[in-house]
Design a protein around this ligand. Structure first.
Ligand SMILES: [Zn+2]
Ligand SMILES: [Zn+2]
Length: 81
């Protein structure tokens, strides 16, 4: 599965595929809601391939709030990038 990764919107959970050679073309914000698109682990910079990834497969760091699937995102959940 080399070169086939997923970017996830931290706000609405929308996902899009990306390839390593086109990484520079990944938008920093979501097309649908303007939220931050996460495409690499913030801790170790490892990319992830699962649309439903919550924890980094490489280092175990939390990629996003698991509550995203069950409850609305609060506006206080802002990230510094
Ligand atoms: Zn979004
Ligand atoms: Zn990691």
């Amino acid at each position: 599965m080399l070169g086939d990764w997923t970017a996830i919107c931290l706000r609405c959970g929308g996902a899009r595929r990306w390839f390593e050679e086109f990484e520079a073309e990944i938008p920093e914000s979501c097309d649908a809601c303007g939220g931050t698109m996460l495409h690499r682990c913030p801790a170790c910079s490892a990319p992830f391939s699962s649309t439903f990834a919550v924890d980094c497969e490489a280092c175990g760091a939390q990629l996003r709030e698991p509550e995203l699937f069950g409850t609305p995102i609060r506006k206080t959940t802002t990230r510094k990038e």
